[in-house]
Design a protein around this ligand. Sequence first.
Ligand code: GAR
Length: 186
Amino acid sequence: MHRIAVFASGKGTNFEAIAAACSDGTLDAQVALVVCDKPQAEVVAKAERLGISCFAFDPKQYASKADYEAQIVELLDRAEVELVCLAGYMRIVGETLLSAYGGRIINIHPSLLPAFAGARAVEQAIEYGVKVFGITIHWVDQTLDGGRIIAQRAFEYEGSDAEEVHRIGQQIEHKLYVETIKKILK
Ligand code: GAR
C-alpha cells in the first residue's frame, strides 16, 4: 500500500475525497500525513476525525520557511511518504522541501494553466471574461504553478458567479485528483 501526504490550508474537501478513495479501496494508498499551515482550518478537524496524523503549524512561529520545511521533511521521511499532494495549500513550496521531495509533489489548481496562476484563479478568470474554465493537476517545481501538467479538465460557464464556478470546479477536482493519483501510483 502506497503512502501519501496531503497538504491543505482550508476546508479540505479534496483531502476528504482522497481519504475516502483510500478507505473504499479506489486507491491502494493511505493518507499517512496531513500538513496544514493554518491550525484553525477545517481540514485539521477533518483529519482528526478520521484518525489521520496532522501536522498543523503556524509559520509565524518559525524563523524562516527553511525551518518549518525542514520539520515537514522530517515528518514526511518518518511517515515514509512517496507522494505529496497539495490540495489548497496556499504557500509556495520552498527549496528545502523541493530538494528533498522534488519530482514527488503534485498540486491541483482551479484554472487551465498556464492561464491564471497564483491566488484567486477563478476570480482572475471571471474578471478576464473567460467562457471555458477548468482544473489542472501539475508537478510542483520552483515556479509558481508552472510545473509540467499531468491532467486537465475544462468546463463551460457563462456568467460571473465565482461561487458557482468554485462549486462546479470542486466536483471535478475531487474525481480528477483521485484518478490522477491512481495513475501516478501505478
Ligand atoms: C481547491 O479548489 C484548489 O483548487 C484550490 O484551493 C481549493 C482548496 O479546496 N487551490 C488553489 O487555489 C491553489 N492555487 P479544499 O480545501 O476544499 O480542498
